[in-house]
Design a protein around this ligand. Structure first.
Ligand SMILES: Cc1cc2nc3c(=O)[nH]c(=O)nc-3n(C[C@H](O)[C@H](O)[C@H](O)COP(=O)(O)OP(=O)(O)OC[C@H]3O[C@@H](n4cnc5c(N)ncnc54)[C@H](O)[C@@H]3O)c2cc1C
Ligand code: FES
Length: 321
């Protein structure tokens, strides 16, 4: 049992509880997103003492030295005093300039910033709702176009705090806050002849679509294989766009996969990761991108490694929620 002091109030942690959980349990409003050490929106700083190293995974050396840590990973072993960093200046104001329903549960959102944005397609940003500070991570589906625009595919969860609000209340002209782009799930120009395998479930297509566009715009000469999986047809949004790309670029291959019942001949039947890994049993020399459902991402990463892929060549974004 340890004590956490925040804003002159002290709270006692429960067994195995993180700093984030202790504060939220006591109705203290602090920012957070994924609760899994990915989005870094729960960044805090220890005053006077050092946080456990396991809570600093993924932070820059300079942040680690200044005792910054991720509250969702931090299970303190001794009493600590913590504070929020002054991060207001790191958020950018963006405006919704387009909102389109791509399928019954996926929305396309285009945001525009007044200031230049530095990003690679496939990286993710945190979006913050301005009225109450709720934050969620979303992957960037477009390549930089010089117009300071970002595109997203957002899956609507029936009771999702953020995604439901995007569907029901967010309108063109409204403002949101945006963090800088993070993550290494993006195309790299070197080795343009390398075969690429991209596997995504649901809106896991968002970063993969951006990566494919980036690779094709850089004249990637290696084979590019995309496997997009869903339970039913409505989850396979962008089907026409992707089929058009296969016509235009002979090295791009698209396999839409359905794991539900009564699957039409147009689609491969089964889970996208299983179909892809069976088709390509030897993955030595491939670069692999995995995005979407966390269980699929973790499992496929392990199997791809066992089938010969180098861990350094596997880029993954698990959409933890
Ligand atoms: C790096 C990263 C990138 C991401 N990129 C994207 C992206 O490009 N597009 C995208 O759509 N999402 C993406 N996500 C997920 C996104 O950040 C949110 O977690 C998601 O939109 C849910 O937020 P919410 O506030 O709507 O739901 P919340 O209010 O946070 O509720 C989520 C809860 O819904 C429940 N839930 C989960 N799955 C289902 C389901 N199938 N049916 C019913 N309930 C369910 C779970 O209990 C979960 O706790 C990404 C996540 C990460 C970490
Ligand atoms: S890293 Fe802690 S909430 Fe995302």
């Amino acid at each position: 049992m340890t004590r956490i002091t925040f804003d002159d109030q002290t709270f006692v942690t429960k067994k195995d509880e993180t700093v984030l959980h202790t504060l939220l349990r006591n109705n203290i409003q602090v920012p957070y997103g994924c609760k899994a050490g990915v989005c870094q929106s729960c960044l805090m700083r220890c005053l006077g003492n050092t946080p456990p190293p396991t809570s600093q995974v993924g932070l820059k050396d300079t942040q680690q030295k200044q005792n910054y840590f991720l509250a969702c990973l931090c299970k303190p072993e001794s009493d600590i005093t913590v504070t929020l960093p002054n991060t207001e200046s790191s958020w950018l104001e963006v405006e919704v300039i387009e909102k389109i329903e791509l399928s019954t549960n996926v929305i396309f959102l285009k945001l525009k910033s007044k200031e230049p944005l530095a990003f690679f397609a496939g990286q993710f940003v945190n979006l913050r709702r301005n009225n109450d500070g709720v934050i969620r991570s979303y992957s960037i589906a477009n390549i930089p176009n010089g117009l300071h625009e970002l595109e997203f595919h957002i899956r609507i969860l029936p009771n999702g705090q953020f995604s439901r609000w995007v569907a029901d209340e967010l309108e063109v002209g409204m403002q949101l806050s945006l963090s800088h782009a993070q993550g290494d799930c993006h195309y790299v120009e070197e080795k343009s002849e390398q075969p690429l395998l991209l596997i995504g479930t649901g809106t896991g297509l968002a970063p993969l679509f951006g990566i494919i566009k980036d690779a094709l715009s850089h004249k990637h000469s290696g084979e590019i294989h995309l496997f997009h999986g869903s339970r039913n047809e409505s989850g396979l949004y962008f089907e026409n766009k992707l089929r058009e790309l296969t016509q235009k670029y002979p090295n791009f291959h698209y396999t839409p996969c359905l794991s539900g019942e009564n699957v039409s001949e147009k689609y491969a039947q089964g889970r996208a990761n299983q179909i892809a890994l069976e088709k390509f049993p030897k993955l030595n020399g491939w670069r692999i991108y995995l995005c979407g459902q966390p269980e699929m991402v973790l499992h496929t990463k392990r199997v791809a490694y066992l089938q010969g892929a180098s861990l350094k060549e596997i880029y993954a974004d698990a959409f933890t929620s």
